[in-house]
Write a protein that binds this ligand. Structure first.
Ligand code: SAM
Length: 254
């Protein structure tokens, strides 16, 4: 899927969940000082920043097909090697990294199996590959609330539940099929604070990701009905929404 929105719009929509998620994924991958690491599908660079803090910019590479995200990621992480490209054809040599990570990207890859195999290819034998995707159906409250509201208005809407990686155990099975060893999986958590309902709703109108693109395609009346259904489901005043993601980690075989 193509992400054409500016980095600042992504920040307001999904980037607010990234810091805690990125830290959890980097822990799961065992990222530590002295390693060379890759962020696949870096977006505007939330996970990249976490990696830079752990290993230094000179040891971090990142890649994303969206040029405006690559530009933002590079500006936010000076010294990191940030490139335009796709997971399915990574522009690095075999075994170049100690770990390759991917945060909220597996479901957007054109060919997730190939993307994961590419992550393994550029990681040295014994190194780690790790990825996470939201538990869209249940644990990611923002998306669950939105798609439930959509379901009340448009029963034919597909939502994001069929995307790769969004079901328990799915990333781990994909890792095993890609030949990774010692695969473990589990959950990562994050949260976001909202000033009020408008702070929740307005980012959905910015065209970011499947939810934003769904809203952008709605006629004004449908949009108003989805907005109202979301409003009914959420508290008035400030609130915090929890988010849960599935992750898996595997080791590149020798
Ligand atoms: C939900 S965003 C996640 C961005 C970032 N990793 C984060 O956690 O904030 C999904 C990202 O996947 C990127 N993407 C889409 N298709 C991709 C592919 N085939 N290979 C690599 N990245 C891809 C998009 O451009 C977008 O930046």
């Amino acid at each position: 899927m193509r992400f054409g929105a500016p980095a600042e719009h992504y920040d307001r929509f999904m980037g607010r969940y990234t810091p805690a998620l990125a830290s959890g994924l980097a822990d799961a991958a065992g990222v530590r000082s002295g390693q060379r690491v890759l962020d696949v599908g870096c977006g505007p660079g939330g996970l990249t920043r976490e990696l830079v803090e752990r290993v230094g910019a000179a040891n971090v590479a990142a890649v994303d097909p969206a040029p405006q995200f690559v530009a933002a990621c590079g500006e936010r992480n000076p010294g990191a090697d940030v490139r335009v490209g796709a997971a399915e054809r990574l522009p690095w040599a075999d075994g170049r990294f100690d770990a390759a990570l991917s945060c909220l990207v597996v479901g957007f890859m054109r060919d997730a199996g190939l993307g994961i195999r590419e992550m393994a290819r550029v990681t040295r034998p014994g190194g780690a590959v790790a990825a996470c995707m939201w538990d869209v159906a249940d644990g990611m409250t923002m998306l669950r609330t939105f798609w439930a509201a959509v379901g009340r208005v448009d029963s034919s809407a597909q939502g994001e539940r069929r995307m790769a990686g969004t079901e328990k155990g799915d990333i781990a099975s994909r890792f095993e099929r890609a030949g990774l060893a010692d695969v473990v999986d589990g959950v990562l958590t994050s949260h976001a604070d909202y000033r009020d309902f408008d702070d929740f709703w307005e980012p959905f109108t910015l065209g970011v990701g499947p939810a934003g693109q769904y809203v952008a395609a709605l006629p004004a009346e449908g949009r108003a009905r989805v907005r109202e259904a979301c409003r009914e489901a959420l508290p008035t005043g400030p609130f915090t929404l929890d988010a849960r993601a599935w992750y898996a980690r595997g080791t590149v075989s020798s």
